[in-house]
Structure formats: C-alpha cells, structure tokens
Design a protein around this ligand. Structure first.
Ligand code: PLP
Length: 401
C-alpha cells in the first residue's frame, strides 16, 4: 500500500476554492445530461474581442515564441503605464509594472514578497475566496473586518479600528466579488491614508476595474500620490475586463523595490506570462479607443442584465438583494428562509441544485453564511429560466421556515 503523500503544512492548511468546486459540480451535472443553469461562474460569457485575438496571431507571426524578461516584455509594461496615464491620469514608470500569469498570480507575488510568518493580514468580510488562502500560504494570519453594518462597504474607520502592531497588509477588492459593492473614491483614499500612517501596506485587487456603475465611478489606486502609492500594490488583470480569462495575464503596479522583489520571485516560478499573449495585450492597450469601446459594449450588456435580474430576484419569497454597484454578481441575503426546512444557505444552494438544476455559490466560502452569490455573466435567457425555476421552488419557503 502506498504511503499517503506528506503535503506541506502550509498547503495542507489551505482550502480548495469553493467557487471552482461549485462550477465543477455544474459541469458534471451537465455531463450527465441535466439541463443545468450555471450561475457560479466568475467569467465573462463573451468571447475575447476579435482584434485582440488577431494581435496574438500577429505576435506568433513575428516569432514571439521565446522567453521574455520576468517583469514582462517592455512593450507591455510601457503600454500599461501609458494606458493608465491616458485613461485615468495616473503617472508611474514602466519599471513599477510587472506582468504576471493572471490577477491571481499578481496577488500571490505581492503577498509572498511582503508577508512573514506571524504577520496579520486584514481582510474585509465577505471576501474573495483566495485572499485568506494566500495569507495562509505565507504563514500569516487572516484578521477579518466585519462590514455588514456599513452595507458591505469597507470604511477607513473600520480599518483604523482593526490595525494593530502586528498588521502588515490590508487586502481590498473594489468593485467587489462577491458583494458587487464599490468603495467610494474619497473613502478609498482615506483607507490608504489610514494604512500608510500606520506603515500598513495595501494590496488592492482591481480585476473588476472597469465594471463600476455609473462608469464615472471607475477608480484605480494607481492615481494616488507617490507617498501613498509607496504603500500600495495594484493587482490588475485582463481576465474579466477584456474577456480573456483563459489567456492568463495580469500585472502589478507597485513601487520599484516591491516590483523588483516580485520579479525575483516570479523568475523562479512562472518566469513570465506567455510571450505572444503579452504582445497581444500590449497592442490592445495601445489601441485604447477600440479596446475601451469593446469593454463598454460588454459592460452595457452586464448592466442590462443587472437591471432586469435584481428586481426579479427580489420577487422571490425569502430573497433580498441590493443593486450591485459593480462587477457582475448578485449577493442574495437568504437568512429569512433559514429555519426548519433549511438550516444553512448551503442547504438552500443544494436544494436549488438538486430540485431546480440552478447552480449558485453558497456565501459560506466568502465568509458570509446566509447569502448566495449569483453571477450574471450569463445570457438573459439563462437568467430568465433560473429566476422562473427558483421562483417555483421557493414559492412557500418563507412560510415553511
Ligand atoms: C476578486 C478576484 N480577484 C482575482 C481574480 C483572479 O482572476 P485572474 O487570475 O483570472 O486574473 C478573480 C477571479 O475570479 C476575482 O474574482
């Protein structure tokens, strides 16, 4: 008999991604022939814009099939810096940019180069599933900040109250997955100021950067003045914004010392993201007009779905959901339904899965038992069918509780 594999302590302490588990469940039910509506996926249902695909092909034709610098090829780091300047008025040097294999690796690079075992990491609740796992991997402690009292929008006062001498890092994500909430620009600035005053670093996950309603609210911490930006690492991603999840490309914007450390780390792990993908992204950002128009087109469709979905969900007995201000998730409060029929939101999600073949993600994985996350990055037709099925299933749920 083979001995069980001695997984390292740090990895053994990590949990598998609950969102990926739910998506896999949906896929296996579909494979069994069930007519499943999958509302778990945090992935645009749009294809990558055609002109970006062409740029990747152009990169291949140019022979860009070899290693690049670990920080990413110059045209990419330069185009990120120029794009942010033209689009947002942010001024930082290309040497403060490093390419990574997706936003997830950008976050890992940032955290692993800052955290030591025993450090405290502040993580607002509800959180994206990966944040506490990154802290665990680094041997650091996740310290959660409750935000329900402020409608799931983190405030500088909450951050100030949570900071101790052990606090090294705050991880934020706005527009937020799973809540769809957006931290107002002035509050965001105050949060960073509060951290900087206490020598606490801020890792800001901006993977839904462009997906904020109204579009005027789009904000990146890259525009903060240098003395504040010295405490900030922006983790960016092409995945959601440009419908490029499978291309695996993201980036960090941080001061030069932090960037150098991340590049050193990456030079011993992934080395760099795929060469011709980097080229395609550089060309896409250089073609800012067409790229921003493509994003706008997708975002308008998300908005149309949101405007239909949220009022429709609120007609279902026991569902309560506020209007998301960004990203593409509805975060549904189902606590009113808990009682004798359903003990937890997971029971509700399981019932939806087995009886209605609608797959959603239970809030517990985001630190929010009693909530469900529904992604509206799927067709209107799917959303209509899902709402009809859920309505039929839960018609009597509140009264039976
Ligand atoms: C909040 C958040 N951050 C980061 C990511 C990672 O995206 P990627 O690694 O594809 O860039 C996701 C993906 O679901 C996300 O929702």
């Amino acid at each position: 008999m083979s001995k069980s594999f001695p997984v390292s302590d740090r990895v053994a302490k990590m949990h598998s991604s609950s969102t990926l588990k739910a998506a896999q469940l949906a896929a296996s039910l579909r494979d069994e022939g069930h007519d499943v509506i999958d509302l778990t996926v945090g992935e645009p249902d749009f294809d990558t814009p055609e002109f970006i695909k062409k740029y990747a092909w152009e990169g291949l034709e140019k022979g860009l099939t070899k290693y690049t610098s670990s920080a990413g090829m110059k045209p990419l780091t330069h185009s990120i810096s120029t794009f942010y300047e033209q689009q947002f008025g942010a001024t930082f040097s290309p040497s403060e940019v490093a390419a990574a294999c997706g936003g997830k690796q950008a976050l890992f690079n940032a955290a692993c180069t800052l955290l030591n075992p025993g450090d405290d990491v502040l993580i607002p609740k509800p959180y994206w599933v990966t944040f506490p796992e990154i802290a665990t991997f680094c041997g650091a402690n996740s310290v959660f900040i409750e935000t329900e009292a402020t409608n799931f929008v983190l405030t500088a006062d909450q951050v100030r109250d949570a900071i101790t001498d052990k606090t090294k890092l705050l991880i934020i994500n706005s527009p937020n997955n799973p809540t769809g909430r957006v931290i107002p620009v002035a509050e965001m600035r105050k949060i960073v100021e509060t951290c900087a005053e206490r020598g606490v670093y801020v890792l800001t996950d901006e993977c839904y950067l462009f997906f904020a309603y109204p579009p005027g609210e789009v904000f990146t911490s890259a525009v903060l003045p240098k003395e504040l930006r010295d405490f900030v690492c922006v983790a960016g991603s092409f995945s959601k914004t440009y419908a490029m999840t499978g291309w695996r490309i993201g980036y960090t914007i941080a001061n030069e010392s932090w960037t150098k450390a991340m590049v050193k780390l990456q030079s011993h792990s992934a080395t760099h993201p795929t060469s011709f993908v980097q080229y395609a992204c550089a060309r896409a950002l250089e073609n800012r007009e067409e790229t921003v128009a493509a994003v706008d087109h997708m975002f308008k469709e998300y908005e149309r779905r949101r405007d239909w979905l949220i009022p429709a969900l609120n007609t279902i007995d026991g569902f309560k959901v506020g209007m998301p201000e960004g990203a593409f998730y509805a975060f549904v409060d189902v606590r009113e339904m808990l009682g004798s029929r359903f003990k937890t939101s997971k029971d509700i999600a399981d019932s939806m899965l087995t009886k209605a073949h609608v797959v959603v993600t239970d809030g517990a994985g985001f630190g929010a038992d009693g909530f469900l996350r529904l992604s509206y990055a799927t067709s209107m037709e799917n959303l209509h069918t899902a709402v009809t099925r859920m309505g039929e299933l839960f018609e009597t749920a509140v009264h039976a509780a």
